[in-house]
Write a protein that binds this ligand. Structure first.
Ligand SMILES: [Zn+2]
Length: 247
């Protein structure tokens, strides 16, 4: 059955000589795996629409009860040129795609990824989009840190540090040296905002100067508790560190 589907390309791997295996996130069916024949040929009409994080209209031969389907043709809906021209944005977009593919959520994540790519395309501070995306992913994985008081005593005052081990804020009385990570008030405030934020708060988030360190804090919870190894994180970190040094 040939069907037209709107999808975001998550990944493209070489397959046989001129073919590729694509993972795509479709609006209707969630994640699908497709064989794209001849896509590595120089004159392939479909190649540019099958690049990672392209939003495309695909004609797919969907085979019932099979896990691998066949791509017939692909047309670009959005190429996200401003992401492709910027190494930091590009590495973030690849990270988003890997995150969505590996997380394999039951919930619909199509609109989240589409929104994340649109915000990333237009932003002057890619770290805001990266931080917000990561904290939403943490929440969807059920590993949201506790930020409504001290995670050990429940106290609301003198919040002083982050505990990765206990998963949340720690007050000055409960603080354990060498275990908890001391942070200034501004950093803790930004962390709390991230832990509460959803995409509909992006207009507020984009006005706050989130940086690479803010990302590392939310990412550390993911790394500790999600149980998912992210291949693209190493490259992303290298690019982020270059960006930070250049400033
Ligand atoms: Zn405490």
């Amino acid at each position: 059955m040939i069907e037209q589907i709107d999808a975001i390309i998550l990944d493209s791997k070489d397959y046989k000589e001129k073919d590729a295996l694509l993972s795509v996130l479709s609006l209707k069916y969630g994640i699908l795996h497709l064989v794209a024949r001849g896509i590595r040929k120089i004159n392939s009409k479909n190649a540019s629409a099958c690049l990672p994080f392209t939003y495309a209209k695909l004609m797919v031969d969907l085979k019932e009860q099979r896990s691998l389907h066949t791509l017939q043709s692909a047309v670009i809906l959005k190429s996200y040129r401003k992401i492709r021209e910027d190494l930091l944005k590009q590495s973030i977009a690849s990270y988003f795609c890997e995150m969505i593919e590996k997380s394999n959520f039951d919930e619909d994540v199509f609109s989240i990824l589409l929104e994340a790519l649109s915000c990333l395309q237009d932003t002057k501070n890619p770290f805001s989009v990266l931080c917000l995306f990561q904290s939403i992913m943490n929440r969807m994985h059920g590993i949201e840190p506790f930020v409504d008081g001290c995670v050990r005593c429940g106290g609301l005052h003198n919040i002083y540090a982050l505990s990765y081990r206990d998963g949340g804020f720690v007050c000055s009385s409960c603080y354990r040296q060498g275990i908890d990570s001391v942070q200034d008030k501004e950093r803790l405030k930004k962390f709390r905002i991230l832990c509460k934020a959803k995409w509909e708060h992006y207009e507020i988030i984009k006005e706050i100067p989130f940086d690479y360190d803010d990302f590392l804090h939310v990412y550390t919870y993911f790394e500790e508790y999600a149980g998912i190894g992210m291949k693209s994180i190493r490259f992303l970190k290298t690019i982020c560190e270059m960006e930070v040094k250049a400033k």
